[in-house]
Design a protein around this ligand. Structure first.
Ligand code: G4P
Length: 564
């Protein structure tokens, strides 16, 4: 059975109403924690821009009862701006620059949906967000198939064997043959596909999908007002009603279904959980068709919060002590408040208001006072959070990406790297009196991870390093809007960067003397080598084999004066 009805995002209310822990006097806090963790699903949506991620996000929220949408395109568009577009740049370009986090309750589960920027220029941000999920929904445009960004994002998911649910969208358009799409996903993305539904027709002749497991047809009717539980369902592939309704399409569908049942592997839960096989659904997000099946799959099949590598040991989500890590910082989310929020994935234990935790990097206690749960761009005071939940912690710069908080144990959650940037600019203020403001703005945007900031050892130039061109534009726009700095961004003549480690002080001093003109420090004070071209880097590496040149570094990791 598909879960029915809208949920509510007021988790505390839902818990007090229906949660067994609230009603069973004999259950222990540990039972209640395990039960709450088991009800969590934390996932992200990945797609190439324009495949329909925003539309699917909205529809999932609609079914989750978290937003109400009017049925017109216009209202949908404005609702979209209100719910997931924070920044002017994003509105102008119509792409999701910032990731957002949305929580809602659905069918007895608490779902955390982490939005990822689809644009390749923000791949670092996307990478970090994907470190905080337990599953992903991959949206494919049925007319275009697998696209460049789909490939990259899937590679990221593969690093952690994240289970993937596939949604092939836009079946109401003239699209490609479903079999060729499946073949493409399997060959290009190297992941096995297990079709769960199969489309009948496409475009104007899109009739619906056949549910291969339940042996029934779910009939398509267009329109944004309808909900998928209202769809007509016709049981059995041999039902005479199907032949009567779709005389032209049924022979081909029967052929396809026979072929799929005999030739394709059935859905295999362990293979899905290992990231090796993906259940595939067809639908049309804009018509609310196929959306509820995705929610059902998330609840039935996607894993609850998983154990995490805490450095010295693995941390189980049902352990009592509270732990977690920061995977994203967002400054000035609300221009009226000039605040800074750390997005924190809870990995174990239970958050309780005003609890005290140990900030591992800074080695000091911190009180978690003002903590929020996110609902689209609305924030709700968080009363309770367990593993899988994302909470937003207000702070004034103490928290950085990669920071671990625990109730005392020395842990450091792993796997959130910085990548060496491939594009560089030198930033200088148009008005020299604004130099301090520029430095402050860049320091904060650097800590937030919007861009990487380096300071050259000679000349103290501020260098910006990015993975994609758009990052520069966003940073320039934000510096102007949030820090009132109009700056110039000149070509830096740098091709790539490497973080440095030295075996001892002597090598460090000798290297620094030899290569002073190429040295800089990052926002955390780590030494960095800036190479004007690949050849230069190669020569430096060959000449200094004792020095470590690193293309990535872990967030929050201080490379102790460059010593490995
Ligand atoms: P993205 O976040 O992945 O970039 O995609 P988004 O949801 O913004 O969708 C991209 C375009 O595709 C939008 O059209 C959207 O309406 C359309 N779309 C999404 N799902 C479907 C679907 O199931 N069928 C059809 N036919 N179109 C779909 P747009 O013209 O760019 O924007 P808008 O004017 O509709 O807002």
């Amino acid at each position: 059975m598909l879960p029915k009805g809208p949920g509510t995002y007021n988790c505390a209310l839902a818990r007090s109403r229906g949660h067994p822990a609230a009603t069973m006097a004999q259950s222990t806090p540990q039972d209640a924690l395990a039960e709450d963790v088991g009800r969590r699903r934390t996932f992200g949506i990945i797609s190439h821009p324009d495949a329909g991620k925003t539309t699917l996000t909205e529809k999932l929220l609609l079914y989750g009862g978290a937003i109400q949408l009017a049925g017109t395109v216009k209202a949908r568009k404005s609702a979209r701006h209100a719910t997931s577009d924070w920044m002017e740049v994003e509105k102008q370009r119509g792409i999701s620059v910032t990731s957002s986090v949305m929580q809602f309750d659905y069918a007895g589960h608490t779902i955390n949906l982490l939005d990822t920027p689809g644009h390749q220029d923000f791949s670092e941000d996307t990478y970090r967000v994907l470190t905080a999920v337990d599953a992903a929904v991959m949206v494919i445009d049925a007319a275009k198939g697998v696209e460049a960004q789909t490939i990259k994002l899937l590679e990221v998911c593969r690093l952690r064997d994240t289970p993937i649910i596939t949604f092939i969208n836009k079946m109401d358009r003239e699209v490609r043959e479903p079999l060729s799409l499946i073949e493409e996903i399997e060959s290009v993305l190297s992941i096995d596909c297990a079709p769960i539904t199969w489309p009948i027709g496409m475009g104007k002749a899109f009739r619906g999908v056949f549910d291969l497991r339940r042996d029934r047809l779910v009939r398509f009717t267009g329109g944004e007002e309808r909900r998928s539980e209202d769809a007509e369902v016709i049981e059995g592939i041999d039902n005479p009603r199907l032949t009567a309704l779709f005389p032209d399409e049924m022979p081909a569908l029967r052929n396809d279904v026979d072929l799929l049942r005999s030739a394709s592997a059935p859905f295999d839960l362990p293979a899905f959980l290992a990231g090796k096989q993906s259940p595939v659904f067809f639908g049309s997000g804009i018509n609310n068709f196929g959306v509820q099946e995705i929610l059902a799959a998330l609840i039935e099949w996607a894993p609850p919060p998983q154990p995490r590598d805490g450095g010295p040991r693995m941390v189980e989500p049902t352990e009592k002590p509270f732990t977690g890590f920061v995977f994203k910082i967002q400054a000035n989310m609300d221009p009226r408040h000039r605040d800074r929020i750390a997005f924190f994935r809870v990995c174990s234990g239970r958050y309780t208001p005003a609890m005290k935790v140990q900030h591992q990097r800074m080695g000091r206690e911190m009180k978690l006072g003002n903590v929020m749960t996110f609902m689209a761009n609305e924030r709700v005071q968080s009363e309770d959070a367990v593993a899988g939940d994302i909470i937003g912690i207000h702070n004034h710069g103490q928290l950085q990406i990669g920071d671990t908080l625990t109730e005392g144990e020395a842990l450091g959650f792993k796997g959130i790297p910085y990548f060496a940037p491939e594009m560089f600019r030198v930033a200088r203020p148009r008005d020299p009196f604004k130099a301090k403001q520029l430095q402050k703005g860049l320091q904060e945007l650097g800590e937030e991870g919007a861009i990487q900031v380096f300071e050259s050892v000679i000349g103290n130039n501020l260098l910006l390093g990015a993975v994609g061109q758009l990052q520069f534009e966003v940073v320039a726009a934000r510096l102007a809007a949030e820090y009132k700095v109009d700056a110039l961004y000149d070509e830096a003549g740098i091709a790539t960067a490497r973080w440095l480690t030295y075996p001892d002080e002597k090598v460090r001093r000798d290297f620094e003397r030899d290569r002073a003109a190429s040295l800089a420090t990052d926002v955390d004070g780590n030494p960095v080598y800036l190479a004007p071209n690949r050849f230069n880097l190669q020569v430096a590496m060959e000449r200094w084999p004792q020095v470590g040149f690193h293309a990535t570094r872990e967030h929050g990791q201080r490379m102790a004066h460059g010593r490995a």
